[in-house]
Design a protein around this ligand. Structure first.
Ligand SMILES: [Cu+2]
Length: 177
């Protein structure tokens, strides 16, 4: 009897272990894939005007609903050479695109296409390379991207144009005086 009880206990332990292992396997294989996170990557230092831009979201699995943010550290800069440093503090890839604003045009008012993106015609430039300068495949969480542009006086809209991100709130105005 004693050995039978021991066998039952061992069997129960084995079932628990196997259940735990299969749950862990499901966590690894199924569900949202963990995004690569880059740490320790930062831009070089720039002479002249620098605009730090924070790219953020409210967490994994969130795509729309106005809960993504693009926040420049300053609202206005002098014209000429301006370096943008876009830091992704969110959990999904983001980017920074600099678009001129027309007379009377307001930020957040561009037409979003069926692909979830806005038009980028006339863009002054972008920072969308993880740990790099200029255009790329998107800035991974934890990474920075940077670009130096020569901007004429005017109003500009800073956006993230990954699908759905503009509609989710990733735009901000920057005045170049
Ligand atoms: Cu984004």
């Amino acid at each position: 009897m004693k050995s039978l009880r021991l066998t039952i206990i061992l069997g129960a332990v084995a079932v628990l272990v196997l259940t735990g292992a299969s749950l862990a396997a499901v966590a690894l294989v199924g569900g949202p894939r963990p995004r690569p996170v880059v740490t320790g990557c930062s831009s070089p230092s720039f002479a002249g005007t620098v605009v730090d831009v924070t790219l953020a979201d409210m967490g994994r699995g969130m795509m729309t609903g106005g809960r993504m943010r693009l926040v420049p550290e300053v609202r206005s800069v002098p014209h000429g050479r301006v370096s943008f440093v876009a830091a992704n503090r969110g959990s999904v890839p983001h980017e920074l695109v600099v678009l001129p604003l027309g007379e009377g045009q307001r930020v957040g008012a561009r037409i979003v296409g069926a692909d979830g993106r806005i038009g980028e015609d006339g863009a002054a430039g972008e920072a969308s390379a993880s740990c790099g300068e200029g255009a790329g495949d998107g800035v991974l969480p934890g990474a920075e991207s940077w670009v130096t542009l020569t901007l004429a006086p005017g109003r500009y809209e800073l956006v993230c144009n990954l699908p759905g991100h503009y509609a989710a709130g990733m735009y901000a105005e920057l005045t170049v005086s």
